[in-house]
Design a protein around this ligand. Structure first.
Ligand code: NZQ
Ligand code: ZN
Length: 386
């Protein structure tokens, strides 16, 4: 078991009508930057609700934050507003993209230089504005972690930016606001969270405790995603889905495990950077191909455990039979919830595979992953995903 030093300082307020606590949460501050995406929060009535609850505060707005949030214009515009209006706190209302963009803004607002230098770790942020969020989509776990993923279109970069100063102060999670999430985004959110758990489960040094947490996550995510797709207004299913996703990405499922290098995320981030695809769909496509690629005598026992404990495959079968069945079950699950399972289905052909494989190999450090991946390995996984 590895040493660790762990702290997640985020307050979670979970459940129906939890948004009513917003004025109390925002009490320490006066000038708020409200950030949101393309308008779903208006359709949900959440925008009006927030304005009503915060009528005694000074409210400024940044709207139009896109999926795979962009450095230019969203982060830059947000930083500008924060500096000009002397903003005290950011209130992010939306999915992971709105939260991630708000985290980069929060850091940039407290820095005199170019925010990109913080995102690329050229400079370490000393502080950030406080962030509060109201989550409307279960997927990324951004509400409970200190990371944000920002895209810079002109350089095909999509960079995961982690810093403890970026933990939200408080995340408000009302599953009712996720009833309206489309089937496509519900499935992609489930695939994203499934992969967050896999990135922690598939590594060399784990504990029984963490394996148990992860296996429960897999089972709950699959069962509740199916229930949400059958009935989008199933409160219990949306609620459990939301909590599973919240736990998925802040490291709590793998305290003491050896690091894995998060290989599928590293590969997917390049796909999103080059083609602006939906993160969870890219992950679902890559995952089974990555699994096939890394299956060997060294990794077989992990796959056997996954297959037996998550999918109930007969433990008396040959080990490779169990492992291959487990990989097939993973593929079939993603397919069954409606995810397109080939890169060509999401508009990606073979024309830039070499370029992406090179970009990933140079920038993502996957030679240090659980199973090290060199440029040729990455190219093979991408080609198998076509
Ligand atoms: O733009 P709006 O109007 O808000 O619509 C969004 C968007 O079109 C919509 N949506 C959100 N809540 C809704 C809703 N539609 C109907 N009803 C609701 N209640 O859904 C669409 C997708 O939203 P987005 O925020 O992009 O999705 P998600 O939460 O999956 O976030 C994906 C981003 O997070 C990053 C991904 O790379 C990607 O850029 N990630 C962030 C992580 C983190 N911070 O820890 C970890 C992840 O691995 C991931 O990389
Ligand atoms: Zn993810």
């Amino acid at each position: 078991m590895q040493n660790f030093d762990y702290c997640t300082p985020t307050r979670l307020i979970f459940g129906k009508d939890s948004v009513e606590k917003l004025p109390e949460v925002m009490k320490p501050w006066k000038r708020i930057l409200l950030t949101y995406g393309g308008g779903n929060i208006k359709k949900l009535g959440l925008y009006d609700k927030v304005k009503e609850l915060l009528k005694d505060f000074e409210l400024y707005e940044l709207s139009g934050i896109q999926p795979n949030p962009k450095y230019n214009p969203s982060v830059l515009d947000g930083v500008k507003i924060c500096k000009e209006k002397n903003i005290d706190v950011i209130l992010a209302v939306g999915g992971g993209s709105v939260l991630d963009c708000s985290k980069a803004i929060a850091a940039g607002a407290k820095y005199d230089g170019e925010t990109w230098d913080l995102i690329t770790y050229k400079v370490k942020a000393k502080e950030a504005l406080p962030i509060v969020d109201i989550l409307t989509l279960a997927a990324t776990g951004s509400e409970f972690d200190c990371g944000g993923v920002i895209s810079r279109t002109e350089t095909n970069d999509k960079i995961g930016y982690l810093d403890p100063v970026l933990f939200p102060v408080c995340s408000i999670l009302d599953p009712v606001y996720t009833f309206s999430v489309s089937k496509k985004q519900t499935a992609a959110g489930c695939a994203d969270a499934m992969n967050h758990v896999m990135e922690q489960y598939f590594t060399s040094d784990t504990t029984l405790l963490n394996d148990g947490f992860c296996e429960a996550e897999f089972k709950s995510l699959m069962e509740n995603a199916r229930a949400c797709l059958r009935n989008p207004e199933d409160y219990r299913a949306r609620a459990e889905m939301m909590l599973c996703c919240t736990y998925g990405c802040n490291g709590i499922l793998s305290l003491g495990n050896s690091p894995s290098g998060w290989p599928c995320h590293a590969i997917e981030h390049a796909l999103s950077a080059y083609y602006d695809i939906t993160h969870g769909e890219g992950l679902a496509i890559i995952t089974p191909r990555w699994m096939k690629h890394i299956l060997s005598d060294k990794t077989i026992d992990r796959f056997v455990k996954y297959g037996v404990n998550v999918f109930g495959i007969d433990k008396n079968l040959d080990k490779y039979e169990i492992a291959n069945k487990a990989i097939d079950e993973t593929y079939k699950f993603f397919e069954s919830i409606g995810i397109p399972m080939h890169l060509k289905d999401v508009g990606i052909d073979d024309s830039r595979i070499d370029e992406m494989a090179h970009h990933i190999a140079v920038n993502e450090g996957l030679d240090q992953a659980y199973v090290p991946l060199m440029e040729d390995d990455i190219r093979s996984i991408l080609l198998a995903s076509l």
